[in-house]
Design a protein around this ligand. Structure first.
Ligand code: CA
Length: 370
């Protein structure tokens, strides 16, 4: 340690020890855009955060996870940040949380970025994209790549500050009533599939349909729908899909969907540095524990799927290769229309390309042998 740094550290340490509010330098981390050079030790005024979600009360994993975040943040801040969670439709509709937080009617929300792609196509990419990154790669993009920086820059235009809010991990391709033997079987198929996955499948002849969660089971049972995707065995079995569809195809369209925890920027900017840091740390915990809970609950759900005479398979090779090609076309079309999409897509795709060789050598080879 240089003498000058030593003196600075000692002085800062002494200031803190004597109880005077001082400031010192944080460890340098050029990638963490949210870190400031100096940190003011100031717990700040007590603040109340009204946080609305896109989930029903006590919704497994997502709903219970954000409740746990609220409790833990209130506790760890010694009550300096008091978070109250409002499930969907209590203060605002499920998909009204973005606008309500942006306008300052509420302070924060927990939802998924791709639900709001109508405002900006680039929002898709902060959730993920077909044939894209798995959860560990998404987290690396946010934490150590440009992901969080790009997300914060873009959301700032909407008066919002985003954080990672958990990752669903790889999602299943969905439930089909009839076996898919080749690309031809997709023609005219009515499937509930949102987002980029739906746009890709539309290019392959599928008719993507959007239905509220509460109507999907009945639509599938009565053949109004031929297929649906939802999430993975964890939440799919709670919806009962294994009772009405017997073909369950593995994932391609949502390989590691990131959820979002988002604050009103004006409210967030007024918080003390210490409060901002506590939110940052609590969001990291939320992200890690929600992701690990998906791992366990998907494993438990898979047991139920297997006990119910469901055929689990990968989609045929011609379907997957056509879908992969269609995804690149969709990305090109969106890039032509939206400079935001183009810039963020190119960054995310380059990060995927950088990470893929290691994930294949490290993870895929290991999974093949264990
Ligand atoms: Ca899904």
């Amino acid at each position: 340690m240089k003498r000058r740094d030593f003196i600075k550290t000692t002085i800062a340490g002494a200031t803190i020890a004597s109880g005077v509010i001082g400031c010192r330098e944080l460890p340098k981390d050029p990638k963490a855009s949210h870190q400031k050079k100096t940190f003011h030790y100031n717990r700040g005024k007590k603040v109340k955060i009204k946080l609305a979600t896109s989930w029903p009360a006590n919704f497994p994993i997502m709903g219970t996870g954000i409740e746990r975040f609220a409790t833990r943040l209130t506790q760890v801040s010694g009550g300096s940040i008091e978070v109250k969670v409002f499930p969907k439709n209590v203060l605002v509709p499920a998909l009204g949380v973005f606008d309500a937080t942006s306008a300052g009617a509420i302070d924060a929300y927990h939802s998924a970025s791709y639900y709001y792609k109508g405002k900006n196509e680039a929002f898709n990419l902060f959730t993920g994209f077909p044939f894209g990154m798995i959860s560990s790669e998404m987290n690396a993009w946010f934490d150590w790549g440009d992901g969080m920086k790009l997300w914060r820059e873009l959301y700032a235009k909407y008066n919002l500050v985003p954080f990672k809010g958990g990752n669903t991990d790889v999602q299943m391709g969905g439930w089909f009533k009839k076996e898919i033997k080749s690309l031809a079987d997709l023609k005219g198929l009515k499937m509930r599939i949102p987002g980029l996955g739906g746009e890709v499948f539309a290019k392959l002849g599928v008719k993507p349909t959007l239905l509220p969660a509460g109507e999907i089971y009945v639509a599938l049972e009565r053949n109004v729908l031929d297929a649906t995707e939802w999430l993975g065995p964890s939440l799919d079995t709670k919806m009962g899909f294994h009772k009405v569809a017997k073909y369950y195809y593995t994932g391609w369209h949502e390989p590691g969907s990131s959820l979002s925890l988002v604050f009103n920027k004006r409210k967030y900017d007024k918080l003390a540095d210490e409060q901002k840091l506590m939110i940052e740390m609590a969001s990291q915990e939320l992200n890690a524990t929600m992701t690990s809970q998906f791992q366990l609950e998907n494993a438990k759900g898979l047991k139920i799927v297997k006990e119910n005479n469901v055929k689990i398979a990968q989609l045929p090779k011609d379907v997957l290769s056509a879908a992969k090609k269609a995804m690149l076309e969709v990305a090109q079309e969106k890039s032509d229309k939206s400079a935001d999409f183009k810039r963020i897509w190119e960054n995310a795709y380059a990060f995927l390309e950088l990470n893929k060789p290691w994930t294949d050598i490290g993870l895929k080879d290991y999974l093949d042998v264990r």
